[in-house]
Design a protein around this ligand. Structure first.
Ligand code: HDE
Length: 697
């Protein structure tokens, strides 16, 4: 770049193209001479409409936006690979499930459901977990969530559910949250939602990162083997990183401090080469099991506990490449539940059947035409041959004369004779499982779907006391935002079927003076379903600090050897480290060297770290013991049950933050650099939960 200023270009420095290929052009390819000034009549205007270059530029800009997804608008996509670890020919003849070691390219998009594209990442919400497998037999889309059940049993209720959850139509708020009357009104009038309510009020809806959550296909699908035999299947994604969530108060603060917390976390870990992985698991069962199971396997508000049908791991997904362009890939990717491949099939789950219509339909609106499969992110990576043609933005049209079938042309696609086009293949093509179907045409909900509370209770009793406390707190928080008393009460009268202790905690929390009666249940719940440990996050946490982030708050005079030891220990454990300092320029440590900071203290609060360390000289600690952001840093880390390491010189800061007298086993003194390793291994537990108060009735 030349520094020479060009006054006729508004003072912008003159920048020469590097060569002919570097010359700026219009969309039509015509070279552009000036990208800074609209053609005008004289230097002071007016501007001329004749300027086709400027008009084309503005025209294109004006049309940059496409409609955001009606749900799951805020999402983040990553490329990856699925590697098959165990072939399952006995269940399915799908190519993707038959060659051990085969790698199938994938694209995964994580999302929140209710918020718009610009909403914060840590809204309390279900997370979408959608994966497109570009298999040799076409694209298979597993469009799941991080929760294995859903709010409703029939797709016809979906628009009402989403209208109730999204901002109210008159006022346009609240955004990206369910803590409002419309949502709880709808929910409390839809008893089938109660199992899902337990999940959304648990910490599953405030994950620490996309990397630390499970994924579920939710519905029952079918797998079909080469003999045409079918089994039912449910799909599971198990994160190798272990499960982890944040605490609600942290989520509120992170949303303000870093609304991109989850996407940034994903971007950073991929750029750092720390590729997240999930095992793909299947629960396979037959008609006989389905008949004997307490609930209907077609009901998407029910799970099949892993203790009842174990999850068999068959492969691993590794996410290893960020997108090149957010719009082209993350925004334009079009997941469709109806994208399945030979060797699998749908079940009669009414929610799934409805989705199979919706996903294709919505792409037409969002991507503007039927040719969205031509967009590179959606295009299969196997050959595509058919007679579909034309339409908006058609990129691939069939060659030659034959654009219909059957036809009498005889040539191949690529010899010189007139091509005849492709033909259907009974041997290789997709065939539906011949499930017997009978019955009158009716609009009814099957009676086998009528038990709405038993599994809700099973979920609740499977949680640790800490997790149950969080659920009670979440319900109290949400219902306290509901203005209408009758809605609040109605929710408590549902909770009484789930767990009377929980109902009491919530009733007390929202100040009900009298416990409402139990609401009439469509079917008497089974109250002795066993606990399922697989449903708890804390029972399935990681056993290392790998992939987590340590924040080291340094200031003038901090022990340089301790900082180095902490960094080494964290890196040795596969964790990331950020340095926080009073100034972004950093701080001078005990060795007289200036250590650069990643964050200034105001922009690096402890809520964005998994554990923190305080390393500063005595004088600095005294100063920062009176500084609000520094006090918040310590206070929050304490309140959020984090492990806190400190050098003895920082006592004044701990005193200033009011935690000096409450120091527990979650604090680790770094009197010597050796203690750093011990601290990091303690951090593998992620939180010092003994510090949290457990509410039990
Ligand atoms: Fe979706 N859902 N959904 N959904 N869903 C969409 O499709 C719909 C449901 C899920 O990252 C839309 O392309 C209906 C369950 C994910 O692009 C739309 C019903 C589950 C994503 C749609 C459901 C999901 C969507 C909006 C009730 C978990 C984001 C944009 C029957 C198994 C995919 C789009 C992405 C997106 C409809 C219920 C997961 C409108 C009608 C259950 C992860 O088609």
């Amino acid at each position: 770049m030349s520094d020479e200023l060009n006054l006729t270009k508004g003072g912008a420095p003159h920048q020469e193209p590097k060569g002919k290929d570097d010359i700026l052009t219009t969309a039509q390819g015509a070279p552009v001479a000036d990208n800074q000034n609209w053609l005008s009549a004289g230097p002071r205007g007016p501007q001329l409409l004749e300027d086709h270059v400027a008009r084309e530029k503005i025209f294109h800009f004006d049309h940059e936006r496409i409609p955001e997804r009606v749900v799951h608008a805020r999402g983040y996509g990553i490329h990856g690979t699925f590697e098959l670890k165990k072939a399952i020919p006995e269940y399915s003849h799908a190519a993707i499930f038959n060659n051990v070691g085969e790698k199938t390219p994938t694209f995964t998009r994580f999302s929140t459901v209710a918020g718009n594209k610009g909403s914060p990442d840590l809204a309390r919400d279900v997370r979408g977990f959608a994966t497109k497998f570009y298999t040799k037999e076409g694209n298979w889309d597993l469009v799941g969530n991080n929760i294995p059940v859903f709010f409703i049993q029939d797709a016809i209720k979906f628009p009402d559910l989403i209208h109730a959850a999204k901002p109210a139509p008159d006022r346009g708020f609240p955004q990206a949250q369910t803590a409002h009357d419309n949502f709880w009104d709808f929910i409390s009038l839809s008893p089938e939602s109660m199992h899902m309510v337990m999940w959304i009020m648990s910490d599953r809806t405030i994950p620490r990162s996309f990397r630390f959550m499970e994924g579920f296909g939710v519905h029952t699908f079918r797998l079909i083997n080469a003999k045409g035999e079918a089994k039912f299947v449910k799909f599971h994604w198990k994160p190798k990183q272990g499960l982890q969530s944040v605490i609600w108060n942290e989520a509120l603060k992170i949303n303000g401090m870093d609304p991109d917390f989850h996407r940034r976390d994903m971007w950073d870990s991929i750029e750092a080469g720390d590729f997240p992985q999930w095992d793909l698991g299947i629960q396979v069962f037959d008609e006989e099991f389905a008949e004997s199971f307490e609930f209907d396997v077609l009901d998407a508000t029910k799970i099949i506990p892993e203790e009842q049908v174990p999850v068999e791991i068959i492969g691993t997904l590794t996410l290893d490449a960020n997108v090149d362009n957010f719009f082209a890939e993350t925004e334009q990717v079009a997941f469709c539940t109806q994208n399945i491949v030979p060797g699998m099939d749908f079940s009669e789950d009414p929610l799934l059947q409805g989705r199979n219509f919706s996903y294709l339909d919505t792409q037409l609106k969002r991507l503007g035409g039927p040719n969205f499969t031509h967009i590179p992110i959606n295009a299969p990576k196997c050959p595509v041959h058919n007679f579909q043609q034309d339409g908006h933005m058609a990129m691939t049209n069939p060659k030659g004369r034959a654009n219909y079938e059957p036809n009498s042309w005889s040539g191949d696609m690529d010899d010189n004779r007139e091509p005849r086009g492709p033909r259907a293949s009974a041997e290789h093509g997709f065939t539906s499982y011949e499930a017997p179907v009978t019955g009158p045409k009716v609009r009814v909900r099957s009676e086998t779907f009528a038990d709405h509370y038993s599994q809700a209770r099973q979920f609740y009793i499977s949680q640790t006391a800490i997790e149950q406390t969080h659920m009670g707190n979440a319900l109290v928080f949400e219902l306290s935002k509901v203005e209408r008393m009758d809605i609040r009460k109605r929710m408590v009268s549902h909770l009484r079927h789930i767990d009377d202790g929980l109902a009491k905690v919530v009733a007390d929390g929202i100040g009900l003076t009298e416990m409402p009666e139990k609401i009439t249940a469509a079917r008497k719940p089974i109250d002795d379903l066993p606990e399922s440990p697989a449903l708890s996050i804390l029972k399935n946490g990681p056993d290392s600090f790998k992939g987590r982030k340590l924040g080291i708050y340094i200031a003038e005079g901090g022990d340089a050897a301790v900082v180095k030891a902490l960094k080494d220990a964290a890196k040795g454990a596969g964790a990331m480290v950020e340095i926080i300092a009073p100034h972004v320029a950093g701080a001078k440590l005990s060795d007289g060297e200036m250590m650069e900071a990643d964050q200034k203290i105001d922009g690096g609060p402890s809520v964005v770290y998994d554990a923190v360390a305080l390393v500063m000289g005595e004088k600095a600690a005294e100063n920062f013991g009176k500084d609000k952001p520094s006090i918040d840093f310590v206070n929050d880390a304490f309140a959020h049950a984090k492990f806190i390491a400190y050098v003895p010189e920082t006592m004044a800061l701990l005193e200033g933050a009011g935690v000096a007298k409450r120091m527990d086993d979650g604090f680790v003194e770094l009197a010597k650099p050796d203690a750093a390793k011990d601290f990091i291994s303690r951090c593998a537990k992620l939180r010092f939960w003994d510090r949290e108060e457990v509410k039990k009735d």
